[in-house]
Write a protein that binds this ligand. Structure first.
Ligand code: ZN
Length: 132
């Protein structure tokens, strides 16, 4: 079972909570127990799990990533978006979440975030569900 979510981003760097959309995919599938793999098929975007209660956490993550990966380095990649490629590799393209009784197993404060590092763009996020 492989599903594709379309994610419309609206800023150059942005974290978007996709937890409800992934949960909806799980519900529509009818799968009650297994794994959800959330994969981002892009080289300048990523996926991560972090706090979705206080939106300041999202902006703090972006603030520090933007500080750590300076746009001022002598990058050689001609497209000019090397900081976005580096952030994508650091954060990663894949998360795995358990499914129990038809629900994603996440901590109280956890959410799944699509991470845009070179937007705004129309993006995809793949969700693979595996029974077990
Ligand atoms: Zn590039």
């Amino acid at each position: 079972m492989l599903y594709t979510l379309t994610v419309e981003t609206s800023a150059q760097t942005e974290l978007i909570d996709i937890t409800p959309r992934v949960q909806e995919v799980v519900q529509q599938s009818g799968l009650t127990d297994g794994l959800a793999y959330i994969f981002v098929p892009h080289t300048t975007a990523a996926v991560t799990i972090n706090e979705n209660a206080d939106p300041s956490v999202k902006s703090d993550i972006l603030m520090v990533l933007n500080k750590l990966i300076s746009p001022q380095e002598p990058y050689r990649h001609l497209e000019g978006n090397s900081p976005a490629h580096i952030k994508s590799s650091l954060v990663g393209a894949l998360e795995t979440v358990f499914i129990d009784a038809g629900r994603l197993v996440l901590g109280t404060w956890q959410g799944i975030f699509f991470c845009e590092f070179d937007g705004p763009r129309r993006r995809q996020c793949k969700v693979k569900l595996v029974a077990g």
